[in-house]
Design a protein around this ligand. Structure first.
Ligand code: HEC
Ligand code: HEC
Length: 340
């Protein structure tokens, strides 16, 4: 096992499941795009179309925030690859947060949430921003009170959960269900892999070779969602006066200081700027960063070494990453009307 990796839960969670289950899921209306594996729905939060749609309304509803100005979509905007395309997010009353907003795409395949993995499930994650004073700046009690005060929501919660006296737990379950339907697959890479040799450009095909065989990016960004969901220290931000703690904040193990969760590379073209601090503006800068072997610090991952790529190899690698923009989320649009 790699000594400096605090968590190594590989593709175990992405194993193929029986065709029967897959059929049931597709019958339920969640189409799994080419290249992705089926979603394992939590036992205590099964999928239903009505629940996912309720979650979509909540995801876009600004009334959840303390002053009615922010929704989840403010910082995780579908038009921006489900991010805000900013180095750090801007929350309630213009307050800047410490860290970059990750994409909500393919979180169904994530094993832990947040850059440091401090939330175990999407349900647990979803309630965090509401009561975070620099994000949505509300209280949980007030979120529940506000939503219960809206007749249109009372009837929808009743239809989905069987009660108008819904709680924060129900709100979290609906939002998490919606999030599990935010998928991206069926990219040029997936179609190429499935046998359509015209799906990728020649530069992208060369870049795929650099990715898997020369630079070995798949040591960390592997599998259908291009991540093994593990934590690594690349040295990002670790040369600053007060660096982000990363995984250390959760485990308190000093060797985990500066480790962050490996993000997906799906839709990577649209989720700039890059890294937990948004310090790299372009994919070209990302490739230069890896080519130099990361930023030295006492916990630098042992996989981080200068790559010695040639300029054409660097350009091809960037081209390949652009072959990971796909389909599966475009139909999830902003609601035209909200419950009243
Ligand atoms: C003010 C901007 C902002 C708002 C509003 C916001 N988020 Fe986030 N979100 C972030 C930031 C920043 C992070 C990263 C925080 C961290 O890792 O410490 C994050 C992390 C996440 C993650 C974890 C992704 C991952 O890869 O681990 C999910 C899922 C998520 N948010 C969903 C939501 C939902 C659902 C809502 C609405 C209830 C919401 N966010 C509201 C900025 C925001
Ligand atoms: C040792 C594991 C590891 C290897 C090898 C690796 N990555 Fe990463 N990658 C990560 C981690 C961890 C992050 C987040 C780091 C941070 O923000 O501190 C990341 C971030 C990224 C990002 C930014 C994602 C975002 O949403 O901000 C891109 C793009 C990327 N890697 C591409 C690559 C490419 C291309 C290669 C091969 C040259 C590669 N990675 C090799 C672990 C790795």
């Amino acid at each position: 096992m790699v000594s400096k990796t605090s968590l190594w839960i590989g593709t175990a969670a992405l194993v193929a499941v029986p065709a029967l289950l897959l059929d049931a899921q597709q019958a339920a209306g969640v189409k799994i795009p080419l290249g992705l594996t089926t979603i394992i729905w939590p036992k205590d939060n099964a999928y239903s179309a009505a629940k996912a749609d309720l979650g979509r309304l909540l995801y876009y509803d600004k009334r959840i925030s303390g002053d009615g100005t922010l929704s989840c979509a403010t910082c995780h905007d579908p038009k921006k690859g489900f991010t805000d395309q900013a180095p750090v997010s801007t929350g309630i009353r213009g307050q800047k947060g410490p860290i970059s907003a990750p994409t909500v795409i393919n979180r169904a395949y994530g094993l832990l949430q947040f850059w440091d993995g401090r939330a175990a499930t999407l349900e647990a994650q979803a309630v965090g921003p509401m009561a975070n004073p620099i994000e949505m700046g509300n209280t949980h009690a007030n979120v529940v009170k506000t939503l219960r005060g809206i007749a249109g929501y009372r009837s929808k919660f009743k239809a989905v959960f069987g009660t108008e006296e819904f709680t924060l737990d129900h709100i979290a379950k609906a939002i998490a269900t919606f999030e599990r339907t935010v998928l991206s697959g069926d990219a040029p890479y997936d179609r190429y892999k499935a046998g359509n040799k015209a799906a990728m450009t020649t530069a992208q095909v060369r870049g795929m070779d650099v990715y898997f065989n020369k630079a070995k990016c798949d040591k960390c960004h592997e599998g259908p969602n291009f991540t093994l969901n593990a934590f690594h220290n690349l040295g990002i931000g670790q040369d600053k006066a007060t660096p982000e703690e990363g995984r250390f904040a959760v485990t308190k193990d000093p060797s985990h200081f500066g480790q962050f969760k490996t993000p997906t590379l799906r839709e990577i073209e649209h989720t700039f700027p890059y890294m937990h601090d948004g310090s790299l503006k372009t994919l070209e800068e990302v490739v230069e960063f890896y080519d130099k072997g990361g930023i030295k610090n006492k916990n630098l991952d042992e996989e981080m070494k200068p790559l010695k790529l040639t300029p054409p190899q660097k350009a091809d690698l960037v081209a390949f990453m652009k072959a990971l923009s796909g389909r599966g989320w475009q139909h999830l649009t902003e609601p035209k009307e909200f419950p009243q």
